[in-house]
Design a protein around this ligand. Structure first.
Ligand SMILES: Cc1cc2nc3c(=O)[nH]c(=O)nc-3n(C[C@H](O)[C@H](O)[C@H](O)COP(=O)(O)OP(=O)(O)OC[C@H]3O[C@@H](n4cnc5c(N)ncnc54)[C@H](O)[C@@H]3O)c2cc1C
Length: 312
């Protein structure tokens, strides 16, 4: 059987890869970055677990996938600005990525982007940025709209136009660790639209004894302010004492998709997806929901639809 190409190694692409593997359909996954995970990345440093992207979740989210991945014991408590009880992954959100990737035996190509998708002699053809051309029996595009738009320009100009100018809000994600007592708990920022969310935790799985970790989302132009200056400004705003013991700043220019907040978004996406040729699926947080569970289910569904398409 000819293989399926998955474009994008974030949560959606990896979930699709896992499902293709379960269905015994050969696949290649191509990811432009050197790492898997997309907007999910975690780091263990100085006894802290720091998340550069997705971090906090509601307890009442759909956690069915944790059971499938054997991760039912992987959550720890986190609190938000109202001291509400949320959860995070004890070893960082990257746990989900690593677990999904663990058993995958398909071919993975890193540091290579797909530029465009076309057709030739009844096959799909993918032009890579290095000029090579791949053939594929089917394609799962698991990349954000700002990249997918370019891939579809020749194959489906109407679909491409529909994804053009897809807007995002920026987020600068800041993690700051303190000695207990140096940071007011719960921390309080003056009400400010530039800070859409903040959470804190002292869960022993994520924070060394007698320490506490603050996570903040700041809306500002990416890289407009140096990382250290942002950390010091937040430090002043919450009236913390001493100095942070650790910090991490990640700039996300395209963090928060805006179109899903518009009326008729779902109907518009359904219409756009109908423009996809049979044998190509489009999946990702820009099209059908941000949540981890939604991403995994959507990736698996895309793989099943491709499986049905490839049936003789
Ligand atoms: C800062 C931030 C905070 C978040 N916080 C939360 C949270 O707290 N809770 C929550 O539920 N969700 C959160 N989310 C959303 C969640 O992280 C996303 O919904 C999910 O990770 C998206 O997965 P994805 O695979 O659809 O897309 P992505 O993670 O964007 O992955 C797409 C992949 O495609 C690759 N790619 C792009 N173009 C190409 C190309 N041409 N060729 C090859 N590869 C390509 C990219 O490099 C990337 O790895 C957050 C997102 C961000 C950015």
């Amino acid at each position: 059987m000819r293989d399926v190409v998955i474009i994008g190694g974030g949560l959606s692409g990896l979930a699709a890869a896992g499902e293709l593997q379960r269905l015994q359909i050969p696949y290649r996954l191509i990811e432009v970055k050197k790492r898997l995970g997309g907007s999910i990345m975690s780091e263990a440093r100085g006894g802290f677990i720091l998340d550069g992207g997705a971090f906090a979740f509601h307890r009442d989210d759909d956690w069915t996938y944790l059971k499938e991945l054997g991760l039912t014991e992987s959550l720890c408590p986190v609190y938000d600005s109202h001291n509400r009880d949320l959860v995070a992954f004890a070893n960082g959100s990257q746990t989900v990525i690593d677990t999904l990737a663990q058993g995958l035996t398909g071919t993975f190509i890193h540091r290579m982007a797909v530029s465009s998708i076309g057709t030739l002699d009844g096959q799909f053809t993918l032009c890579l940025e290095n000029g090579l051309m791949w053939e594929a029996a089917a394609v799962i595009v698991a990349a954000p709209a700002r990249h997918a738009e370019r891939m579809f320009r020749t194959l489906s100009p109407e679909l491409s136009r529909g994804l053009l100018d897809y807007g995002y809000d920026t987020i600068t994600r800041v993690s700051i660790g303190y000695k207990k007592g140096d940071m007011p708990v719960p921390p309080r920022f003056p009400w400010d639209v530039a800070i859409p969310f903040y959470t804190w935790t002292d869960a022993p799985q994520r924070v060394p004894p007698e320490h506490v970790l603050l996570n903040v989302g700041v809306r500002m132009l990416p890289k407009a302010v140096a990382a250290e200056a942002i950390v010091q400004e937040l430090h002043r705003e919450i009236k913390a004492q001493g100095q942070p013991v650790i910090s991490r700043v990640d700039y996300w220019a395209d963090a928060d998709p805006l179109p899903p907040h518009l009326p008729n978004f779902k109907a518009k996406m359904d219409t756009l997806k109908q423009l996809l040729p049979a044998g190509i699926r489009l999946v990702g947080s820009d099209y059908d929901g941000l949540g981890f569970a939604e991403r995994i289910v959507a990736g698996q569904n895309a793989a099943q639809q491709i499986g049905a398409y490839l049936q003789p």
